[in-house]
Ligand binder design. Structure first.
Ligand code: SAH
Ligand code: DHB
Ligand code: MG
Length: 221
């Protein structure tokens, strides 16, 4: 696989279908200036998340793993004016950068950032007994993915769509000898999804600006 070519194809997709987006380019520049790692979704993937929110007519979105809010903004842009996106972030620094980016993008009124380890903020959300989430994007620390999926099922409803990021990892996901906790966590998530009576799922591999990776896509029964 020529990843350099697939990155250029991502540029083509961006030029043809996404258009120039100074707001989102400013977000990536602000992230870099603040020292955040460049592990946001790609622009084409962000637009995919945006379209999925529209397709599912989601009004309430949950995100696990905010970073600088790049994926958050893509998803929030597809919400109706009375929609809500709750995003969970461990790092106070990342959350601060995200807060500024999200406000700058004009979607601050739609987004609620909760700072802390998601394994703590998810049970707090559940205790709040708010309406179920319609759409859930999980993109944080990979070893906790099985835990996050369990909470996603509890915080969703039949029909809720869950998307899990980074499930291919340059193909490392099929390496049973791999000792990287992110790979082990991803394999554990596949096992959990496969055996879960309420999840129907597939995974799609992606190439492009962010290399070879992929999303798992699930619906709760
Ligand atoms: N969704 C973002 C990228 C997220 S990167 C985008 O595409 O733009 C992963 C994020 O998860 C990082 O900001 C990291 O600080 C956060 N994270 C790591 N461990 C976490 C935890 N235990 N709870 C919540 N967030 C966590
Ligand atoms: C990593 C995490 C991500 O969410 C991502 O999109 C890419 C890489 C990582 O932890 O390496
Ligand atoms: Mg990711």
């Amino acid at each position: 696989m020529d990843l350099n070519l697939s990155a250029r194809v991502d540029t083509y997709i961006g030029d043809r279908l996404l258009g120039s987006d100074p707001m989102l380019e400013a977000v990536l520049a602000a992230n870099q200036a603040a020292g955040l790692p460049p592990i946001d979704v790609s622009a084409a993937q962000g637009k995919f998340l945006n379209l999925m929110v529209s397709i599912t007519r989601a009004r309430r979105i949950l995100e696990v793993g905010t970073l600088g809010g790049y994926s958050t903004i893509w998803m929030a842009r597809a919400l109706p004016e009375d929609g809500k996106l709750v995003t969970l972030e461990y790092s106070p620094h990342h959350a601060e950068v995200a807060r500024s980016n999200i406000a700058g993008a004009g979607v601050g009124h739609l987004v609620d950032i909760r700072v802390g380890p998601a394994a703590e903020t998810l049970p707090e959300l559940a205790a709040g007994h708010s309406e179920p989430f319609d759409f859930i994007f999980i993109d944080a620390d990979k070893p906790n993915n099985p835990t996050y999926l369990e909470w996603a099922i509890r915080l969703g409803r039949p029909g809720t769509v869950i998307i899990l990021d980074n499930v291919i990892r340059d193909g490392q996901v099929i390496d049973t000898d791999n000792t990287d906790p992110r790979v082990i966590g991803t394999r554990a998530a596949f096992d959990m999804i496969a055996s879960h009576p309420r999840l129907r799922a597939t995974a799609l591999q992606t190439v492009g600006a962010k290399g070879w990776d992929g999303f798992a896509i699930m619906v709760i029964d």
